[in-house]
Design a protein around this ligand. Structure first.
Ligand code: AMP
Length: 397
């Protein structure tokens, strides 16, 4: 059980609070095209303002790789945050992040005021967890708050290094929610606990499969990786995505599930196509009966129904990875059926970040889910059972 101190456990009145946020928003010509991450950061910022802290925000944006690229400046974020919060967010435009502007702005702060530092990745040592930037960031503050889940699987200066030089390091509300659901709910679930895994490759999900097999009652597999399982069991998969090197692994997983009494559900039918295109000719065939020249691009209707039924019985469901090539509308039905099943159930529903989160939101089911993770890579590593450095660095309760 992860039990980390949060912003609810500290008194920040009059304290300088450095908050690591995830303001890594998409920008086109200096305009923010999706502000979900800014909105998601507001509860923690508002709480710290209301408590009378002096709030110093920091984040990375894109991959400037140690160069102060103007197109990756956080200036537009400061402007939009000021509007969203209804109070000025002063921007400290230092290419070295902690420079004269930042120091002067922090020095002049009154309780409840907010300053935003420049893109932390303008400094090359940020992603190397270097000592100098970690110390400089720590020198600005009395207390550190990490609310950036998207980078929690990386040990960088602004989320991990800095904590070595401050006494108090806690998590914000966004991080707390991710810990509660992806960490604690997965480790201590209400049962039956069903995990649904999809996406392209078995090889990228091995650790997730292995970790979840130890915890779930039912493991559902869809997406491109199902064809490796089908081939391993003696089926023909035509031109479908296949990782032949992983067939033996797939058989081991099938055996492991049996030994553990975990119900492993694999597709029974597939939507196949004669080319990798939305306009391809399509057919529905039984799993493992895909002819040469054809490839499986979605689970079939019978499979979709079987998966939806499995979700109905569940009390906790975790989903990571689409059931097919959902980016092409003709191969999105399986992913949509799973999203709908999750939207309709009373179970606790947890969506790993990345494609499944995007699919759920695009389909308008976002507000029907218990938790949609904000981190792609970080949520996957959490599901692998790994300790995330950004989480580990916060003080225990
Ligand atoms: P991942 O990043 O591993 O979760 O994979 C997500 C990608 O897997 C999406 O872009 C899907 O289009 C792709 N995908 C899912 N099912 C298939 C399939 N049957 N064949 C090829 N690609 C697939």
């Amino acid at each position: 059980m992860l039990n980390k101190k949060s912003v609810d456990d500290i008194n920040v009145k009059g304290q300088k609070v450095l908050v690591r946020c995830d303001f890594n928003v998409p920008l086109i010509d200096g305009k923010i095209t999706d502000e979900n991450r800014l909105v998601a950061a507001l509860p923690t910022i508002k709480k710290l303002v209301a408590d009378g802290g002096k709030i110093i925000l920091c984040s990375h944006l894109g991959k400037p790789k140690g160069v102060a690229k103007p197109e990756l400046s956080l200036a537009p974020v400061a402007a939009r945050l000021s509007e969203l919060l209804g109070q000025e967010v002063k921007f400290a435009a230092d290419p070295e992040v902690v420079g004269p502007n930042a120091k002067a702005a922090v020095e002049a702060m009154k309780d409840g005021e907010i300053v935003l530092l420049e893109n932390t990745r303008y400094r090359a040592e940020e992603t190397k967890n270097g000592e100098a930037l970690s110390k400089e960031l720590a020198s600005l503050c009395d207390v550190f708050v990490n609310d950036a889940f998207g980078t929690a699987h990386r040990a960088h200066c602004s989320n991990v290094g800095v904590t070595q030089y401050v006494d108090t390091a806690v998590v914000g509300y966004l991080m707390q929610k991710e810990i509660d659901f992806l960490g604690n709910a997965v480790n201590n679930p209400e049962r039956p606990f069903v995990a649904i895994l999809g996406g392209a490759k078995v090889s990228s999900k091995i650790s997730v499969i292995e970790n979840l097999l130890e915890k779930v009652d039912t493991l559902i597999i869809g997406g491109g990786m199902a064809y490796t399982f089908a081939k391993a069991q003696g089926g023909t998969v035509g031109e479908s995505l296949l990782e032949a090197d992983y067939c033996e692994y797939a058989l081991n997983m099938i055996q492991k599930a049996k030994d553990k009494g975990v119900k492993l559900l694999l597709p029974v039918d597939n939507v196949i196509a004669d080319e990798f295109s939305n306009d391809a000719n399509t057919k529905i065939v039984s799993c493992g009966e895909i002819p040469d020249g054809w490839q499986g691009l979605d689970i079939g209707p019978e499979t979709a129904k079987m998966y939806a039924d499995a979700v109905k019985e569940a009390k906790t469901v975790v989903w990571n990875g689409p059931m097919g090539c959902f980016e092409m509308p003709n191969f999105a039905a399986g992913t949509e059926a799973v999203a709908k099943a999750l939207a309709d159930t009373d179970a606790v529903t947890i969506i790993g970040g990345g494609d499944s989160a995007a699919a759920v939101n695009q389909l308008g089911y976002g507000d029907k889910m218990t938790h949609i993770s904000t981190g792609g890579g970080a949520s996957l590593e959490f599901l692998e059972g790994k300790e995330l450095p950004g989480v580990a660095a916060a003080n225990d309760k």
